[in-house]
Design a protein around this ligand. Structure first.
Ligand SMILES: [Ca+2]
Ligand SMILES: [Ca+2]
Ligand SMILES: [Ca+2]
Length: 616
């Protein structure tokens, strides 16, 4: 319940991205008069999106199902003796429905409906408690909100030809030997099976309804039709959580995804999503997965290659739980609410893949995830990283979205082209952002320390960097060009705007030793000694660069393949060859020439755009 409920919140909040996509205007910030103080992004643009949705994932938002019937003690009907009970007419109730605590009972609705008259009160439709051998059939529970059906501490219960609808829940708790068949669940909030054994859901129609199987054993889902109409609507999932020996067989999924958390010894076979097969691998190694899939689920796997796989139109396309050495390449994920979910995993590579239309990568409690050389299209929504380390985002092109780090450290974002991508750090430390080009949005750092931001170019943003309650971060050797404001500082933020140490650099003909600040295009200080460092400070930058960074040559003094600037950022010795940071050395920085070309392209695009606007 913990996770399943909160997954909804995650997805629901992610859906906020959609409105944000629509409201964007290209380079509209060019119209804003330029000041040194940028325009602070709104809450949802800066913090809101990721950090709220990720936090909520861990919240224990449990409905207090177990007590609802006691607090509303009025029942339309109480059955405490065995027998055959019929319902001969449709009824609308302003109280609880039928309470069964006798065994050997049959309730036959004969096709009639029991409707909940009060949409607010938390009434229960049918509650079967401490009973054995009860059948409920041919009944319609039109039960807006509250629980349509609650089965607790019971055995041998059969629900058949029943229909339940209207944002209600169906809750099976601490029960065994339950069969729910040939029934429909239409627009229910959730179907929950908790702490139960031998529960079978067979041949049901489950529409716009999520199902959660938690702390349960020997549960069977067979031949159900589980669907919703729109990937952008209210997201639905089927979650297996802390459960084992689950059989999921011959089900037809449409948009709704199956998600497996910490559940083992499952048999998941012959299922289809959107007409394509669902691949489930548990405790496998050395496998190659390829082709157009409905969904891919890896649980406890090692050494898996996933190549040329496409998944579209699912709530979640690829679910990776507690797996290691997974290589994903040439994927094409589009129109999925979540593209890849990586949880409690290590060493996952996502390479040369394409993400379109939502398809968010969500990484949590994982280490060693490398995301390189991918393309994130105009509708893709980026990467969320929570409580993870050693995630590398390198050489990707983003057209839109957000990269968000929450409670994460020792991650790097390098050599990416970030068009209209918000990069936010929250409660994160020792992260490295370098050699990136930010266009349209800058960088936000909140409640974070010891992060290193260097050799980036930030252009065309309404703010360059936003710092909120963030101290001890190093921001140096970046270019701030054509932003309507350079920095926004909120609360107690004190950071360092020059290189952590002095280093040798060449500017013009001479090589000198000194601290390097940032290039700010609106800085108009003098440089009387011609060393490339301005004579007056700019804001808190005591060594502002007089021209963009590509006019300064940074050496690799010890010839170990890592330039002195990076050595200083990574804390290695620029004068002693080092091997301890080899991962740094194979991140090829964007060279000055490439940078210039990219900036020229940007400028051309901006001019074109501007001209277009003038012509209107
Ligand atoms: Ca100077
Ligand atoms: Ca070096
Ligand atoms: Ca060195």
């Amino acid at each position: 319940m913990i996770r399943s409920v909160s997954i909804f919140f995650v997805l629901l909040i992610l859906s906020g991205c959609l409105t944000y996509a629509i409201s964007l205007q290209d380079n509209q910030n060019l119209m804003i008069p330029r000041t040194t103080q940028g325009v602070e992004p709104t809450k949802e643009s800066y913090y809101g999106l990721c950090d709220d949705c990720l936090d909520v994932f861990d919240l224990y938002t449990h409905y207090d199902f177990k007590h609802t019937w006691r607090t509303n003690s009025t029942w339309f009907m109480v059955i405490n003796e065995p027998g055959y009970y019929c319902i001969d007419t449709n009824v609308t109730l302003n109280c609880n429905g039928i309470y069964v605590n006798a065994s050997n009972v049959i309730i036959d609705g004969k096709g009639h409906s029991i409707s909940k008259g009060d949409p607010i009160k938390n009434f229960v439709g049918i509650h079967i408690a401490d009973a054995e051998n009860v059948t409920v059939m041919n009944i319609v529970l039109d039960w807006i909100n509250g629980e349509a059906m609650h089965i607790s501490n019971s055995t041998g219960i059969h629900i058949k030809n029943a229909s339940m609808s209207s944002s209600c829940t169906v809750y099976v708790n601490s029960s065994r030997g339950i069969l729910i068949s040939n029934s429909s669940f239409f627009w229910c909030y959730m179907l929950i099976i908790e702490s139960s054994e031998n529960v079978t859901l067979e041949n049901n129609y489950i529409y716009k309804t999520s199902a959660s199987i938690e702390n349960s054993l020997n549960i069977k889902l067979i031949g159900n039709n589980i669907s919703q109409e729109d990937v952008r609507g209210y997201p639905c999932v089927v979650v297996l959580y802390n459960s084992s020996r689950i059989l999921v067989c011959n089900n037809s999924f449409h948009i709704v995804s199956l998600i497996v958390f910490n559940s083992w010894n499952n048999t998941i076979v012959d299922n289809y999503a959107n007409g394509r097969r669902i691949v489930y691998l548990e405790n496998e190694s050395g496998q190659l997965v390829t082709g157009d899939l409905g969904e891919l689920i890896l649980v406890g796997c090692d050494n898996i290659s996933v190549e040329s796989v496409s998944v579209s139109n699912m709530t979640l396309a690829i679910d990776i739980f507690r797996s290691t050495n997974v290589r994903l390449r040439n994927l094409r994920l589009s129109e999925n609410r979540l593209g890849i979910w990586i949880d409690e995993s290590e060493k996952v590579d996502i390479y040369k893949s394409e993400f379109q239309d939502l398809s968010i990568i969500h990484i949590q409690a994982s280490t060693g995830v490398n995301i390189a050389c991918n393309f994130f299209g105009f509708g893709a929504h980026g990467i969320f990283i929570k409580n993870s380390a050693e995630v590398s985002i390198n050489k990707n092109i983003f057209q839109f979205g957000e990269i968000s780090l929450l409670g994460s450290h020792n991650n790097s974002i390098s050599s990416n082209i970030l068009n209209r991508v918000r990069v936010d750090l929250s409660n994160s430390y020792n992260n490295y952002m370098y050699d990136n080009i930010f266009q349209g949005y800058g960088l936000g750092i909140g409640d974070s320390f010891s992060n290193y931001v260097f050799n980036n170019t930030i252009t065309n943003s309404s703010y360059g960097i936003v710092l909120k309650n963030a101290s001890g971060n190093f921001i140096f050797f970046n270019n701030f060009i054509n932003n309507s404001g350079d920095i926004v500082i909120r609360w107690d933020s004190s950071n360092r705007w020059v290189s952590p140490k002095a280093l040798p650099f060449r500017y013009g003909a001479e090589t000198r030793m000194g601290f390097l600040g940032n290039y700010w295009d609106r800085y108009n200080g003098t440089d009387r000694d011609g060393d490339g460092i301005g004579d007056e400070p700019y804001l808190n930058d005591t060594a502002p660069l007089i021209s963009p960074t590509w006019n300064y040559v940074i050496a690799d003094s010890d010839g170990d393949g890592v330039n002195d600037l990076k050595e200083i950022a990574f804390g290695t010795n620029p004068f002693v060859p080092n091997n301890e940071h080899e991962e740094v050395s194979h991140g090829v920085p964007i060279g000055a020439a490439v940078l210039i070309v990219l900036i020229l392209l940007t400028v051309i695009l901006v001019i074109k755009k501007h001209k277009k606007l003038q012509h209107r």
